[in-house]
Design a protein around this ligand. Sequence first.
Ligand code: AMP
Length: 543
Amino acid sequence: MLGLMQDRPLLISSLLTHAERYHPRSEVVSVTCEGETVRTDWAGIARRAKKAAQALRRLGVKPGDRVATLAWNTHRHLELYYAAAGIGAVLHTVNPRLFPEQIDYILNHGAAEVLLLDAPFLPLVDGLEDKLGKVKHRVVMTDANHMPKGRADLACYEALLASEDGTLDWPVFDEKQASGLCYTSGTTGNPKGVLYSHRSTVLHAFLCCQVDGLHLSRADSTLLAVPLFHVNAWGIPYASALCGAKLVLPGPKLDGQSLYDLSRAEKCSFSLGVPTVWIGLFKYLDEAGLKTSNLPFERVLMGGSAAPRALLERFHAAEIHAFQAWGMSETSPVATVATLLPHHKELPKAQQIDVLVRQGRAMFGVELRIVAEDGTELPHDGSASGELMVRGPWVTSGYYGGVGGQVVDKDGWFATGDVAKIDGEGFVTLTDRSKDVIKSGGEWISSIELENAALGHPAVEAAAVVGVTHDRWQERPLMLVVKKPGSSVAPAEVLAYLEDKVARWWLPDDVVFVESLPLTATGKLDKKVLREAWKDHLVKAGV
Ligand code: AMP
């Protein structure tokens, strides 16, 4: 027997309609590429999103069509999140930090006919000129005063909006329709498109607003330091409308000083970013002689790569609750969140941090398991480690256009490529990406744990550990360290510092100081580049 409840579709437009009705005056503050601060609110975003939707339709966008963006975190990009999805089109966010060849591939594969871009990305797009065959309309996301001169081939976003009247009823359609497209960074092979649906997006937004999720609420003023151009900015553009949170969009400036000033000016209670962003912020505080307690945040969420213990400690010492979430493009992205359980609350701070350095527990809706190389399921005992598999209503079932073939097994499990342990309470600890695993004499060494331990040393600014060729053990760990400016430390001191923090046989065979470490377009350590550059180091050095 079927239930007799109404079958109303979960549509992205309903989030905006709700925000417009119940949180109209909750602010959206945006720093534009021209450096202006634009103040609007959810009612303003809703009004302009309708005009943007009309403009997209006028450019010929139909349901199912992709609408591509190359843009920073601004109110205009936020409007397009709602405008494109609202009319049944698919917002295809493109990461401008990727290599031009990847951007070219992604834009052609997504095959959008309309590309909206921030003016600073014009040289990048011009460089791809002959290759963007499918793009018919290029719209610069700015006003008439800031339009590039003498470019009849470009439309002006504000001019397009100005010619619309904003009267539009969001259409109602199947919640399983696609709403967004984001390509994974693709460290091997071409990038692959993850295609989100209205249903997956709205369900994921609910989870962001759970107290034991990201705890986002109307009370928050949220500084969004994760880009709108990658994995839906962790779902916050949608979740903020759901709960009516104030949203602060920093535009292109993600340096420490800009984030510090903006967060204080807008009294931001919450912020989200990859660890690199927080490292940059602390660097600024140290250089400027400012205290961590000057930051206005109550909560800070890290993700995208492992949250270094030293970062968590520094926030917590200033009574800012830093925590982390794990996920990936393929999981919308949030899948696990590290929150303290009631019995952790009594523990000393250091032991609470022991909990928070883990990647967290599955949110309702997300199922997790770990499997051995032969596919057998491993126990959740906190010591067995294997590939993390995930399943759930906001987890991908396949890549756009069928690329990569069948990516879930017969029971619907998606192999994440991450290697993890899960303990009896369900806390996941990520030890590596499967391709970054260091296998020394047949045993696994966790590069993440080694890096995390090294980051606790006061002279270490950044650390990366990669497996490099070794005559006897096939592979041994090599640690590359960037020193903090003005500090001096010897390799032996770093090794001595690590001694009581990791198993003895995990200690790197060498520590080398470098000027900087390569990062991928999504802010993760680029270990492929490091492995290639350093693969013969131990053999050559005869270590
Ligand atoms: P992306 O699809 O670009 O968002 O990258 C997803 C990958 O980032 C995951 O598969 C993990 O390897 C890594 N990642 C995300 N969050 C964390 C975290 N909290 N700790 C460690 N690695 C993470």
